[in-house]
Design a protein around this ligand. Sequence first.
Ligand code: NDP
Ligand code: MG
Length: 384
Amino acid sequence: MKKIFILGATGSIGGSTLHCLKALQENKDYETKFEITGISFNENIEKAKKILSDFSIKNVVTHQEKAYFEIKKEFPQVKVYFNIEEALKENDFDILVNGISGSAGLLPTITAIKKKAKILLANKETLVIAGEMINELLKKYQTSIIPLDSEHAAIFQLLLKHNINEKNLKKIILTASGGPFFKNHEENPSLEKALKHPNWKMGKKITIDSATMMNKGLEVIEAHFLFNLSYDKIETIIHPESIIHSFILTSDNTHYAQLGSPDMKHPIHNALTHPEIIANDFSPYDLTNKKLTFHEVDYEKFPLLKLAYDCGRKGGSTLIVMNAANEMAVHLFLQKKISYRQIHLIIAEEVNEHQKLKEPQKPNLNEIIALDLAVKSKIKSKFG
Ligand code: NDP
Ligand code: MG
């Protein structure tokens, strides 16, 4: 029996995780059984209630008072918490699925690592703002991260299955769809257009990050910390069909790729069943009569990807500033308080201003949290 805690259960990653868990429970050939120790959500109470009715779950976390009392009343068998860390500390679990969006994912990841849980990580922001610290904690508490982000999950599988080590890996190549504005570039598109991702159905924040390609920037940094690779060994390429989830290039100049339909259930199923390969009923990608294309990234059209590489190379507190500015700028864009173009301008200004200060290269947890908050409140007070 594996006990699993799912953060962000009402979201896109959370929903796919629950789907995969249900299918695995019903798979008679798969002996491992899962128990959902707990779930967290923010405010989507109706979806949370549906999950509680469909699955047997003992603990729930919500930050909203109304949801807290409603669930307490309607599901008396469930223990309800206001605070994720408290729920994680009080309960035993083997696996944490982190499907929260943004820097709010950091503290729960740390708490779960300290409980020696395995981390199935979708929340890339955790590694962007605290990658070094997370890697030190993983070592100290002898546990590991299995990436859920499709590109990283592909690389994780490719490295493992081809038995690739540091010496014979030349580089990794992360594929990017290019989002809605790769083919039809627009300088200052509307929110409605930016929210129409051509291939993936995801939460709003990552959908906007995909349109600006900041998502790929965050993923480059995520890959740097996950696979311990220098930024020179991490390339990105536009692949609008989103079928090849990433490549690795070995020292003998051979490319290896992982293919599949753009559906997060694939990497989530792989991670839940790792290191086994367990049959499922997903449709395999149909290879016939398809055209897969690849294009170089145009940094003039997607300046945030270039900025993310630059910030990644600087490392330390610059990454916290970049991430916080992006989170707040995207939040304000989603509320229609700023234009699309302003997202880049706001992040670039914050990062530039930060360069003038002497901030710690290796910030501790309190410094990370304080800087994240300070950057967000500064931008909010200016534009919110
Ligand atoms: P969603 O917006 O769909 O879901 C986010 C989840 O987190 C929801 O359950 C939400 O609750 C909850 N939540 C939101 N804000 C907070 C908060 N401040 N504290 C605690 N919980 C919160 O996001 P996605 O599932 O799309 O993305 C989640 C993470 O996974 C992101 O880091 C994203 O980059 C990453 N990811 C997502 C992919 C995808 O296909 N969706 C692919 C690869 C990575 P509520 O519903 O109640 O608001
Ligand atoms: Mg991805």
